[in-house]
Design a protein around this ligand. Structure first.
Ligand code: PEP
Length: 272
């Protein structure tokens, strides 16, 4: 469940979305390698866990087969476990897919949905992605709905049209109380795994537009509760300036989540 207490600042209510730093291991790390990485991550973060959990949440999404080992390695930790995809049917003839209940058995709470690699390499459509998001919500899993434009779309001036279109389609028919439980990840395709990060200003512009659309579609309360993560070559060197932006509520991290030291530094993002 998304934690979004309201803080009173000089008599004005402002939302305090809890920062979410999420690791997407993609198709990397065997169960043994994943276990070793999580042990190193815990050794780094656990001494400060009591402070860190106050204003941030940490999640790791291993490949499906490494999930049981990761669940063991995270026992007693505040680090949440996620998966990199989920199907929306409870069971049946869906070769290669994984159901919500199968994930929940291992304590999964987050599922990444609509990642650009799923959209572009595996041709997942907005329609399929919307079903996965709705299926996750129906099964009390928190979907992280990924949206983002290609370089061609950005250069052609179609960034907002693309991103907002993916967002609208991904959340089709959703009630405000369900939409508040979704996490959105803005991941420009040209920034993923390329070492080329969006500037904090570029990211904030898109995040602000996403928040506006969420407010128009689901109301201000829901929009204020929904966390919008940035993803695309996030590193220890750029996380602080990204996290300082008002509508950037955390990060979805690929490459830099594969070593404990760099991911732990990202988790320790400075909040202005
Ligand atoms: C990702 O795959 O979601 C991602 C953001 O990757 P990277 O951090 O490597 O760009």
């Amino acid at each position: 469940m998304i934690s979004s207490p309201l803080a009173l600042t000089a008599g004005v209510e402002t939302p305090m979305r809890k920062l979410l730093i999420a690791a997407n291991w993609k198709m990397n790390l065997t169960p043994a390698e994943g276990r070793a990485l999580l042990a190193a991550l815990r050794a780094n973060l656990d001494p400060d866990a009591a402070t860190l959990v106050r204003d941030r949440e940490v999640m790791v999404a291993p490949p499906f087969l490494a999930i049981p080992a990761a669940a063991q390695a995270l026992a007693g930790s505040s680090i949440a476990l996620g998966a990199q995809n989920v199907h929306f049917e409870p069971k049946g003839a869906f070769t290669g897919e994984i159901s919500p209940a199968m994930l929940k058995f291992f304590g999964i709470s987050y599922v990444i949905v609509g990642h650009s690699e799923r959209r572009h390499i595996f041709h997942e459509t907005d329609d399929l992605i919307a079903k996965r998001v709705a299926g996750a919500i129906a099964n009390r899993l928190t979907p992280i709905l990924c949206v983002g434009e290609t370089l061609e779309q950005r250069d052609g001036g179609h960034t907002l049209e693309t991103v907002l279109g993916q967002l609208e389609n991904g959340l089709t028919g959703m009630k405000p109380e369900d939409a508040s439980r979704v996490v959105v990840a803005y991941e420009p395709v040209w920034a993923i795994g390329t070492g080329r990060t969006a500037t904090p200003e570029q990211a904030q512009t898109v995040h602000g537009a996403i928040r506006e659309l969420l407010a128009d579609s689901f109301g201000h309360d829901a929009a204020n509760n929904i966390r919008i993560l940035y993803g695309g070559s996030v590193t220890p060197d750029n996380i602080d300036s990204l996290a300082a932006k008002p509508d950037i509520d955390g990060a979805l991290v690929g490459s830099a989540s594969l070593t404990a030291e760099s991911f732990a530094r990202i988790v320790r993002a400075k909040l202005s």
